[in-house]
Design a protein around this ligand. Structure first.
Ligand code: PEP
Ligand code: MN
Length: 349
C-alpha cells in the first residue's frame, strides 16, 4: 500500500501516520519528492487496511498497489517526476542531452571531450573515473584522480556532471564531488550499492542490466527509493539478445513501458546499446521518437586512441548533426531541448 500525502502535509501528520502503521505491526518508508511525499507501507496488509488511513490529517490518497514496487510506481505518484541535476532538469517537460567521454583518460582529453559535449548542446556532462570492465586487463579508470579531473573540468565549463560509482565503499567520495551518481548495467542488482547511492542524497542514473527485465530494473529503482531518495532516472542502454551485429539491442519499447509503470524519467543510451558510431544518431532519433526524456552519448576528441569504447564515440564532425537531431526530434514530438540551468527554457538548433 502507498499513502500519498498532500503537498501541505506537516511533519507531524507524517509522523502520526507512521506511528499508527507501526502500532499495527507494519512498517512505513517515507520518500520525499519535490512536490509530494509518498509513504510506502509494508507488513500485514489486512491489519494495516483496517486503519482509517484516508481520515488521517494530511493524507491525499491511499493506494493498493498490486505490483511489487510501490514508491516509484505511477500509482504512487501520477504526475511524472522531474529530477534536478545541479540546475538542470530531467523529466517529461523536455529532452535533456548528457554527453562526455566514456572514460576520463587525461585532463586534456577530458576537457576536449567535455567541450565537444557542450558544443553539441549537452546540459549535463558524463565521464567515467571508476570503470566496470569485463576484463581485469582492460583500463580500469583513473579512480580518484579521474574524479578530480572531471570535477575541475565540469566546473570550468559550468555544467553539472554524472559519473559512475562501482562499489559501496566509494559512494561517499564520489558523491562529495559529482552532481549525479551512475549505477552501471553490471551493478543494477548490487543491492548494497543501490542502498548506498540512495542514502547519498544525490540524484541517481540507474542503467538497465544487460539481462534484466523491466520489472527487475524498476525493482532496483525501488531499492534506491526505499532509502528516501526519489531522484532517480532510468536508462535503457540496450539488452543482450541473440543478435551479434550490435553490441546490445536498444529496447525502445522499454521507454514507454517504464514510463507507464513509474513516475521516473526514462532516457536512452545509444552509445552502449549500438556500440558503433554510425548507429548512435539513428538510435537517438528512435529514442526521442518513442518519448525518451533524454539521451546519454559518448564523445571523444580522438577515438582511435581511446582507452575505452572508442568505436562508439561520436567525433567532432558528428556534433552539429547530434545537436540538430536532438532538437528536431524533440520538436517533432512536441517537446523542447533542455538547456543547462534552465528549468523550462528552449534552445533552438
Ligand atoms: C558507461 O556508461 O560508461 C557504462 C559502463 O555503461 P553500462 O553500464 O551501460 O555498460
Ligand atoms: Mn562506455
Amino acid at each position: 500500500m502507498v499513502v500519498v500525502m498532500r503537498g501541505n502535509a506537516s511533519e507531524t501528520d507524517i509522523e502520526k501516520l507512521i506511528r499508527a502503521v507501526r502500532d499495527a505491526g507494519g512498517d512505513a518508508f517515507v520518500s520525499r519528492g519535490r512536490n509530494q511525499t509518498v509513504i510506502g507501507l509494508a507488513g500485514d496488509v489486512a491489519r494495516i487496511s483496517e486503519l482509517p488511513l484516508h481520515a488521517f490529517p494530511g493524507v491525499d490518497d491511499v493506494l493498493h498497489v498490486n505490483r511489487p514496487y510501490k514508491l516509484v510506481s505511477a500509482e504512487a505518484q501520477p504526475e511524472p517526476s522531474t529530477v534536478m541535476v545541479g540546475e538542470t532538469p530531467i523529466g517529461r517537460q523536455g529532452v535533456t542531452l548528457i554527453a562526455g567521454p566514456c572514460a576520463v583518460e587525461t585532463a586534456e582529453q577530458t576537457l576536449a571531450a567535455c567541450e565537444m559535449a557542450r558544443d553539441a548542446g549537452a546540459a549535463i556532462l558524463r565521464g567515467g573515473a571508476y570503470k566496470p570492465r569485463t576484463s581485469p586487463y582492460a583500463f580500469q579508470g583513473l579512480g580518484q584522480a579521474g574524479l578530480d579531473i572531471l570535477h575541475d573540468t565540469a566546473r570550468r565549463i559550468g555544467l553539472p556532471f554524472v559519473t559512475e560509482v562501482i562499489t559501496p565503499a566509494d559512494v561517499e567520495t564520489v558523491a562529495a564531488k559529482a552532481d549525479m551518481l551512475q549505477v552501471g548495467a553490471r551493478n543494477m542488482q548490487n543491492f548494497q550499492l543501490l542502498k548506498e547511492v540512495g542514502m547519498s542524497g544525490r540524484p541517481v542514473l540507474l542503467k538497465r542490466g544487460l539481462t534484466a527485465t523491466i520489472d527487475e530494473w524498476v525493482m532496483a529503482a525501488e531499492y534506491i527509493a526505499h532509502t528516501g531518495n526519489l531522484q532517480i532516472v532510468l536508462v535503457e542502454r540496450g539488452i543482450r539478445t541473440y543478435e551479434p551485429m550490435t553490441r546490445n539491442t536498444l529496447d525502445v519499447s522499454a521507454v514507454p513501458v517504464a514510463q507507464s509503470l513509474t513516475h521516473l524519467p526514462v532516457i536512452i543510451d545509444p552509445s552502449h546499446s549500438g556500440g558503433k558510431r554510425d548507429l548512435v544518431l539513428p538510435l537517438v532519433r528512435a529514442g526521442i521518437a518513442v518519448g525518451a526524456d533524454g539521451v546519454i552519448v559518448d564523445v571523444h576528441p580522438n577515438p582511435d586512441e581511446a582507452l575505452c569504447d572508442g568505436p562508439q564515440a561520436l567525433v567532432r564532425d558528428d556534433l552539429d548533426e547530434l545537436r540538430l537531431t536532438v532538437s528536431r526530434f524533440a520538436e517533432a514530438s512536441g517537446r523542447h531541448v533542455v538547456r543547462a540551468g534552465a528549468r523550462t527554457a528552449v534552445h533552438s538548433a
